[in-house]
Design a protein around this ligand. Structure first.
Ligand SMILES: [Zn+2]
Ligand SMILES: [Zn+2]
Length: 354
């Protein structure tokens, strides 16, 4: 045993051969868990420090697990599937995927300075509420500045030593919610309080990202580009892009953004600009589609309150087909405009013609 009550574990030289069929213990991936988080838990469950699992997998030192979040080679996926029995699809789901949205991921390369980005954020309350604390995929995005569940700002540094999270470098048998550098328990980090206006704007930005992805707008939309350059758009003296800023600096950036999200609204594609303008002005997707939902309620003869609760639950769970609903919204809106135009033209006719 090393000083401070920590167990120091050396990797077995032939661990892979000794456990050729399957590793002794498998841990189940949690909801929205990041692959690296699952790997760190898997390592500990099997009596290995996270740093040494990187060796066992032949991935070397450094940010070995964080690199796998971004790109998981087929060979490593096969090994993990065979050794744990967890389905290939479920393992792949824990990675960050591909596509234009990945440009908004926090960078793996660490730049010195307290206002610079680190690669991963966390909510202390989420970690404290977990049976086995784990890190979420959603905490990897620069646009995510708060936890919707707990209403507090995300942290990207250990309050004990000021360093970013580096569980991949942990050489001892210590769970990943303890800082690998100073041992501070991240679950008891002080809450980051946010203004209600900041929470609202962050919610609308999140809605815009989800909506454009659901509608298939992402490839031709300027939203990602506009979000990346948001700090500069708000304050031209700021040279950084959003993904290079610390969690605190990004919260400050959203603080200074106007309520209508003006720098984010324009787009060269008229349909995208239409929806972005609607959602930004209304204050979110749910509020934008409210008139349609009310109409559906009346059509289904449902009590207003039941409809409101159902609508919110579906939108929050992402269970609603936004494509269908937004298409219906456009159809209803066009029909209303036609009816209005017909009524106007009828009322402008001379009395004899009517
Ligand atoms: Zn939380
Ligand atoms: Zn620390």
């Amino acid at each position: 045993m090393a000083g401070g009550g920590r167990f120091v574990v050396e990797p077995q030289p032939r661990y892979r051969e000794l456990q050729a069929d399957r590793w002794p213990v498998t841990v189940a991936p949690q909801d929205d868990e990041l692959l690296s988080s699952w790997l760190h838990r898997l390592a500990l469950a099997n009596g290995l420090a996270p740093r040494h699992l990187g060796d066992v997998l032949g991935l070397g030192a450094g940010m070995w697990s964080a690199r796998l979040d971004c790109a998981l080679p087929d060979g490593t996926l096969d090994v993990l599937n065979q050794q744990t029995g967890v389905a290939r699809e479920r393992i792949a789901m824990m990675t960050l995927g591909a596509g234009p949205g990945t440009r908004l991921l926090l960078p793996l390369r660490h730049v010195a300075g307290r206002s610079a980005a680190t690669w991963l954020q966390f909510c202390p309350d989420c970690l404290a509420g977990d049976d086995v604390p784990y890190f979420r995929r959603r905490w990897r995005w620069a646009t995510r500045i708060l936890c919707w569940e707990h209403g507090c700002g995300l942290r990207d540094r250990c309050p004990g030593c000021g360093d970013g999270i580096a569980a991949f470098a942990q050489r001892d048998l210590i769970a990943q919610h303890f800082c690998s550098r100073c041992g501070h328990d991240l679950r008891i980090a002080p809450r980051v309080r946010l203004l209600a206006a900041t929470r609202r704007k962050a919610k609308v930005i999140d809605d815009l990202c989800r909506f454009e992805a659901a509608r298939g707008f992402a490839a031709k939309s300027s939203l990602t580009e506009r979000l990346i350059h948001l700090p500069h758009a708000i304050s031209p003296v700021v040279p950084h892009v959003l993904t290079q800023l610390s969690a605190a600096a990004r919260i400050g950036c959203i603080d200074r953004l106007d309520f209508g999200l003006t720098p984010l609204r324009p787009d060269d594609v008229a349909t995208i600009a239409f929806w972005r303008d609607r959602i930004a002005r209304a204050g979110g997707v749910a509020k934008t589609l409210e008139p349609l939902c009310e109409l559906l309620c009346r059509g289904l003869a449902m009590p207003r309150e039941v409809c409101r609760k159902t609508r919110r639950a579906d939108l929050d769970a992402g269970g609603l087909d936004l494509n269908t609903l937004s298409g219906a919204y456009v159809a209803v809106r066009a029909r209303r405009q036609r009816q209005l135009a017909m009524r106007n033209s009828a009322s402008s006719l001379p009395a004899s013609a009517a």
